[in-house]
Design a protein around this ligand. Structure first.
Ligand code: YXS
Length: 259
């Protein structure tokens, strides 16, 4: 593993993203390593997992690796996209996952952090929902992750402005569980994990799965789903989608034409 580190003592597993050169962008390779760590944690019957960056970073993760997004005419967030796969793996992991956040959390990484069960962040953390900045039609289950993490008006403001929300506001709106100073956050999360370890793992695993099932229980008809999928296709087929990705790669602000 070159982009992450994995440590476990059998009860607690810690996954550290360690690719600051690319601001921990969630590339296929990075996600493959996170999935392998989750598999090892499950095999070790870990009772709690901490997902973190290296201490002291300015960017926890820059989100989906933009260079790996399809150029156009293909759903950028389809079922088998690595980001979708790791979100499901986090949601289905049979023990609590604590997201230990330091620095900026962008786009798909914001969803990945919010898919974790408990979010603990330092005061310098920020959270940004960025599809609108890149012309990307986020997918239905991805938006549900955000909806389950915060009030709809907050989610809409974050999604429509793509502006980062600072940790203080994130705590106020319930996006995160705790705000903890950098020098204390590791100990804080480990102490919480040690407390979880003492609880009944089978009861926790089933309650986590019940809460996942309940949180995803929304009635949407096949016709409704196909309609929004058709609307999403128009977006990822648009010149705006091409412009969003191109502007990032050319390190300039995007100019969207609405077509
Ligand atoms: O130029 P080099 O080779 O050094 O690489 C640069 C960046 O290109 C690279 N990098 C990324 N590569 C792929 N995907 C990314 N998301 C990504 N972000 C950064 O890392 C190297 C250092 O980046 P640089 O110079 O910009 O660092 P910085 O410290 O000045 O700024 C850090 C950020 C995170 C503020 C800045 O890199 C940035 O704004 N990154 C993009 C954040 C973002 O919009 N993420 C959303 C990705 S798309 C996604 O997650 C979903 C599909 S969606 O958008 O729908 O939610």
């Amino acid at each position: 593993m070159t982009l992450t580190r994995f440590e476990t003592d059998g009860r607690l597993a810690v996954i550290t993203m360690a690719n600051q050169a690319k601001r921990n962008a969630l590339s296929d390779a990075m996600i493959t390593e996170i999935l392998e760590s989750l598999r090892q944690a499950e095999a070790a019957k870990a009772r709690c997992v901490i997902l973190r960056s290296e201490p002291g970073v300015k960017i926890w993760s820059a989100g989906h690796d933009i260079s790996e997004l399809p150029k156009s005419h293909r759903d950028p967030l389809g079922w088998s996209d690595p980001l979708r796969v790791v979100i499901r793996a986090i949601e289905e992991f049979p023990a609590p996952i604590i997201a230990l956040i330091e620095g900026g959390v962008w786009g798909g990484a914001c969803e990945m952090a919010l898919a974790c069960d408990i979010i603990v962040a330092t005061p310098d953390s920020t959270f940004a929902i960025t599809p609108a900045k890149l012309g990307i039609p986020y997918n239905v289950t991805g938006l549900l992750t955000f909806m389950n993490a915060a009030n709809l008006h907050v989610v809409k403001e974050m999604a429509f402005t793509a502006r980062p929300v600072d940790a203080k506001r994130a705590l106020l709106v319930g996006l995160i569980n705790h705000l903890v100073e950098p020098r204390e956050i590791t100990e804080f999360c480990i102490e919480m994990a040690r407390g979880i370890e003492k609880m009944a793992p089978l009861a926790i695993a089933v309650m986590k799965e019940e809460l996942r099932v309940l949180a995803s229980a929304h009635s949407i008809t096949p016709r409704m789903f196909e309609r929004v999928q058709g609307m999403r296709r128009k977006v990822y087929d648009s010149t705006d989608y091409v412009e969003g990705v191109k502007a990032f790669q050319e390190k300039r602000p995007p100019v969207f034409q609405g077509e």
